[in-house]
Design a protein around this ligand. Structure first.
Ligand code: ADP
Ligand code: MG
Length: 329
């Protein structure tokens, strides 16, 4: 593809210099938008010489943001990746005017929200949620990072089903001199965002109370963390809470939730089918309206032509192939 083509109004040739193909020699494949409509960034499939297994996140800073916040995102992803919790930063560069930049990362498969929605098996959901809890814990303790936006769309699976954290745009290192109480508040915020995005899923596990019960267990255990002592006491207590919550979630009676999860999934599939049918019917109706309008137009033109002939004795010159409605009529 032509690398000078505008990628979005901002990240155009500034981010993709044509003549400078050596250092950042990434080509965009199609300029296809991958992100969900809710995301702020443009995510594109990016290719190097050998494959297109990468995405390019094009970050545009707000007027009040400094280029350091872009550097922070790059660095947080690097630290996170060094623990195996994020995909490594393959390449990155900032735009010439320091108003944004690009980060190249290996492509991931599906996010946790979509995965839960398309996997109506209580046991699998339970195991995946347990995996996510360990991931969050490890980000906090092993990487020393608060994510700052830990919702289900920011946890993705690679092709082997391994979970990775993405989107370090709001991430920060925990301050070294945190008190236990401050640290507690910070980690709790990540869980809050995670649990909110889990339970606001009104389908599947949400409707059956599965996610709500998981939320109760997690919050109960977090509330039991010792925030009165020093940070290492806090960390030990946090580990204890993780052990307790995972074991309690593991002990949940899955048979109780499974029927509801199955039912909600079927309902959703049916609704999808109904919506699809409705769309198809609408398309058919539009097509037939168009056909009707066209034949009416042709009939009118033929009548007009006949009148013209009767009046003048001359034939109108028809376009080749007969009368056709102009597309804008
Ligand atoms: N490595 C990746 N592989 C595949 N899709 C990705 C990857 N990184 C991000 N995405 C998609 O792009 C979306 C937006 O990316 P994200 O980094 O979360 O940006 P934002 O800060 O705009 O939320 C994600 O929700 C996900 O759907
Ligand atoms: Mg995101």
């Amino acid at each position: 593809m032509d690398t000078t083509r505008a990628v979005n109004p901002y990240c155009k040739s500034l981010c993709f210099p044509t003549t400078y193909v050596d250092k950042n020699k990434w080509k965009l494949e199609t300029g296809e938008r991958m992100g969900k409509s809710s995301s702020h960034s443009n995510i594109f499939i990016a290719c190097n010489e050998s494959s297109c297994d990468y995405v390019l996140k094009c970050i545009v800073l707000n007027a009040n943001e400094k280029i350091s916040s872009f550097h922070n995102e790059v660095n947080m992803q690097k630290v996170c990746a060094s623990q195996g919790l994020c995909m490594p930063v393959k390449d990155w560069w900032e735009c010439d005017d320091k108003q944004g930049g690009a980060i190249i990362t290996e492509i991931l498969d599906t996010d946790l929200s979509d995965w839960l929605e398309s996997t109506p098996v209580a046991y699998k959901q339970q195991q995946m949620i347990l995996g996510a809890l360990i991931l969050i814990y490890r980000l906090h303790v092993d990487a020393g990072i608060k994510h700052g936006d830990m919702h289900l769309n920011n946890i993705m699976l690679d092709r082997d089903g391994q979970m990775k954290i993405i989107d370090m745009g709001n991430a920060s290192k925990f301050p070294i001199h945190d008190s236990s109480a401050e640290r507690y508040k910070e980690i709790f915020e990540d869980y809050n965002v995670f649990l909110y995005s889990l339970t606001k899923h009104n389908e599947g596990g949400g409707r059956t109370g599965f996610y709500q019960d998981i939320e109760k267990i997690i919050k109960n255990e977090l509330r039991g963390i010792n925030t009165l002592g020093k940070l290492n006491t806090f960390n030990m207590s946090y580990y204890g809470a993780l052990k307790a919550m995972t074991s309690k979630i593991n002990q949940l009676d899955l048979q109780k939730y499974q029927p509801g999860i199955t039912e909600a999934f079927k309902g959703r599939e049916e609704r999808k089918g109904i919506i699809r049918e409705r769309e198809e019917r609408k398309m058919l109706a539009r097509a037939s309206e168009k056909l009707k309008a066209e034949s009416k137009y042709v009939a009118e033109m033929e009548k007009l032509e006949l009148r013209f002939y009767k009046l003048t004795g001359r034939r109108l010159s028809k376009p080749p192939g007969g009368w056709k409605m102009p597309s804008k009529v």
